[in-house]
Design a binder for this molecule. Structure first.
Ligand code: PLP
Length: 377
């Protein structure tokens, strides 16, 4: 398969969506055109659910049109009310899903090293209105799952993980997705595993999955019974077919990411003022992102470096900046005060995610690192 590399003068983006060889997708498309089964629990949908349970090492998974609808539906499934404690340091969809459920996000600070929610800060923010905790395993690094579960158990709270960055991540006990009441995945184009758009909810048991499957299909329990004001969030057969083809290449893609990660760390270690994000504690990591911190002893500020990289054709991203609570629809929430999350604020001011995708070549990587060279600054 002749896989076209980006042209020399094309920028290096923070990611380049992974695509399976087209000829491996064609037989699936031919089958769809033969059967005319386009959506609604089609054969590829069912195959992908089974294949993902197997690959990820989980028992119950429900496929979704995208990760945001999976988040919105997970909150419906657990019937959350009032306040939900979450992180300011994430992609905006995490908190938007709360607003779509008429829930009030309460943002608390993250751990300065992992950038994941700090259970102590979570505990301190609990009020009589709190119904759940919504942590993110940010950059695919496992959150403090034991500490968070302890707080949830002690106060009788639900625990939903936004695991959008976590495809394939495992801790000592197995899949990171087994923790909490539900975990949400995203299969967006930019994620480690993509179905163009897509997502999933991982459930602990068959009953939870069943309710979620009703909710994603208008609330239909059977032909004539509607048990909830469900939404339409179904994954279609085209997405599922792409997923089946992608899955055959995912191990190779994650291995390639691991090599790129190691090489960046080696090359950037020599540059004063640039600190790589601490390596993940996961037994199996997916290297979804490569965040660096621009420290005070680097000759340029984070933003100066960001724009300098752009001049060199390198489109890093300031993930996550601004913090979610700094967007206008969150700004005036009670208790929302930027002094409340100094660690998240510090990270938002210092981080750049460098290009990271399985097809990033060594020359491209050298181009990225060269742009940091203090002699050129
Ligand atoms: C990508 C992402 C989402 C949203 O997923 P979509 O599939 O794009 O809707 C939610 N949360 C986090 C942390 C993400 O990175």
């Amino acid at each position: 398969m002749d896989r076209k590399a980006p042209a020399q003068d094309e920028p290096l983006f923070v990611t380049r969506p992974q695509l399976p060889p087209l000829e491996e997708v064609m037989p699936y498309l031919e089958e769809i055109w033969r059967t005319h089964q386009l959506t609604n629990k089609g054969p590829f949908h069912e195959q992908l659910e089974a294949a993902l349970c197997d690959y990820l090492g989980v028992e119950h998974i429900s496929l979704f049109a995208n990760g945001t609808l999976a988040l919105v539906t997970a909150m419906q499934a657990l019937r959350l009310t009032g306040e939900v404690i979450t992180t300011p340091y994430s992609f905006v969809a995490t908190a938007n899903a709360l607003l779509w459920n008429d829930l009030t996000p309460v943002f608390v600070d993250v751990d300065p090293v992992t950038l994941n929610l700090d259970p102590e800060q979570v505990e301190a923010a609990i009020t009589p209105k709190t119904s759940a905790i919504l942590p993110v395993h940010v950059y695919g690094h496992p959150a403090d799952v034991d500490g968070l579960q302890d707080v949830a158990d002690l106060y009788g709270l639900r625990l939903i993980y936004d695991a959008a960055h976590c495809f394939g991540v495992e801790d000592e006990g197995g899949s990171i997705l087994r923790h909490g009441d539900l975990s949400i995945l995203s299969f967006h184009a930019t994620k480690v595993f993509n179905t163009f758009e897509g997502g999933a909810i991982v459930s602990p048991d068959a009953r939870a999955k069943q309710r979620i499957d009703y909710l994603k299909n208008f609330g239909f329990a059977n032909e004539t019974t509607v048990v909830a004001a469900g939404i339409n969030a179904k994954m279609n057969e085209f997405q599922a077919a792409v997923g089946l083809a992608q899955l055959k290449h995912i191990d190779a893609a994650i291995h390639a990411r691991a090599r790129i990660d190691a090489r960046y760390r080696e090359q950037l270690a020599a540059i004063p003022g640039i600190r790589c994000h601490t390596p993940s504690t996961a037994r199996r990591h997916n290297h979804a992102y490569f965040p660096i911190f621009v420290e005070d002893d680097f000759p340029l500020s984070r933003d100066e470096l960001y724009f300098r990289l752009r001049e060199h054709g390198i489109r890093g991203r300031r993930y996550f900046y601004p913090l979610i609570p700094e967007f206008p629809m969150y700004r005036n929430l009670p208790g929302n005060d930027r002094n409340e999350w100094p660690n998240a604020h510090e990270a938002a001011e210092r981080v750049i995610c460098l290009p990271m995708y399985s097809e990033l070549g060594q020359e491209d990587q050298d181009t990225v690192v060269q742009a940091f060279n203090p002699d050129e600054i």
